[in-house]
Design a protein around this ligand. Structure first.
Ligand SMILES: Nc1nc(=O)c2c([nH]1)NC[C@@H]1CN(c3ccc(C(=O)N[C@@H](CCC(=O)O)C(=O)O)cc3)C=[N+]21
Length: 292
């Protein structure tokens, strides 16, 4: 039986946002430029609307401008592309985030490919994906960046550790594997077709749940003492009515086995937004330095 310690992403993200607010204030004083983040939301998905509101509030609290564009669910691909091009050309906009998933008829890859890579604060454009994978300066996807920050804060050097990432999405799994590789971890990406998934997970010093399946990763898949980062945010029915949020890891089962674990909520989610704000400041710095 090990004592399982909580990794408090919410508190870490709060400290990060305070520090960013100081950096933004200094940047505004130095350059006369206020960083601006544009968020594009297509359609009415209520969960997406909540995230967009939180992002907007925290952007303003950090001293940056928040520009929100809401398009109806009936918007066409041409409408979305036209808006992205307008934001690319707007010097007051330093970061552009198009909330995913997009309504089905819209080709998300075509939208992402239209975002100016210098303003791509999600790090989803193939130019940023490629730059990350070859080790050049890139805008790095926010959720993976937040995970690695929490890991380094908890563990110090990650060099030589076995990391197993469960999930191979372009948004989390793949970029997180790249970042862990950059930290000299031995990285395995596991997914729905992985054989003996519980055994693969049991190798992990660092186990990441990023599949979006509620409590799929069980307590006995965790090596005693391992550090567990739970990226999943799944809304499930509560016994007796209502809903609650759970991660991809069976949190209660992990107690007494994991060395450390992130809770849901209050773990990775708040770090995603803090990293988005950091990327927006980074993008603004680079654009101002490039004279644009
Ligand atoms: N282009 C794009 N970039 C994104 O980064 C992106 C996206 N699309 N689409 C939707 C997902 C989801 N997402 C979250 C961010 C923060 C929390 C967050 O702060 N969660 C809190 C509160 C959760 C709650 O109470 O609802 C927590 O986990 O503690 C959650 C989810 C960013 N996303």
């Amino acid at each position: 039986m090990v004592e399982t310690r909580l990794i408090d992403g919410k508190a870490f993200a709060e400290r990060m946002r305070l520090r960013l607010a100081d950096e933004v204030a200094a940047f505004v004083t130095d350059t006369g430029v206020t960083p601006g983040l544009a968020v594009v939301l297509v359609g009415e998905d209520p969960a997406s609307a909540v995230y967009v509101r939180n992002k907007g509030r925290q952007t303003v609290e950090a001293g940056m401008n928040s520009i929100e564009h809401k398009l109806p669910a009936t918007a066409t691909q041409a409408d979305v592309l036209a808006l992205v091009r307008q934001l690319n050309d707007d010097p007051a906009v330093h970061g552009i985030l198009v909330q995913l998933p997009l309504p089905v008829p819209i080709d998300a890859q075509a939208v992402l490919a239209t975002i100016d890579p210098a303003k791509d604060v999600d790090g989803f454009h193939v130019v940023n994906v490629g730059r990350l994978s070859v080790g050049l300066d890139a805008l790095v996807p926010c959720t993976p960046l937040g995970c690695v920050m929490l890991l380094k804060d908890a563990l110090g050097s990650l060099a030589g550790l076995e990391a197993v990432v469960v999930g191979r999405s372009n948004i989390v799994g793949k970029p997180l594997a790249q970042l862990l590789l950059r930290e000299d971890c031995t990285v395995t990406i596991a997914h729905s077709r992985t054989r003996d998934l519980p055994d693969v997970c049991r190798r992990a010093d660092i186990l990441i749940g990023a599949v979006g399946r509620p409590e799929m990763i069980r307590g006995d898949w965790i090596k005693p003492g391992a550090t567990v980062i739970d990226v999943g945010i799944n809304r499930v029915e509560k016994a007796g009515g209502g809903t609650r949020l759970v991660g991809d890891v069976a949190f209660d089962e992990a107690q007494g086995i994991a060395g450390r674990i992130t809770p849901v909520p209050g773990g990775v989610g708040p770090m995603t937004i803090a990293c988005l704000l950091q990327n927006t400041l980074t993008a603004a710095r680079r654009q101002v330095a490039a004279g644009g």
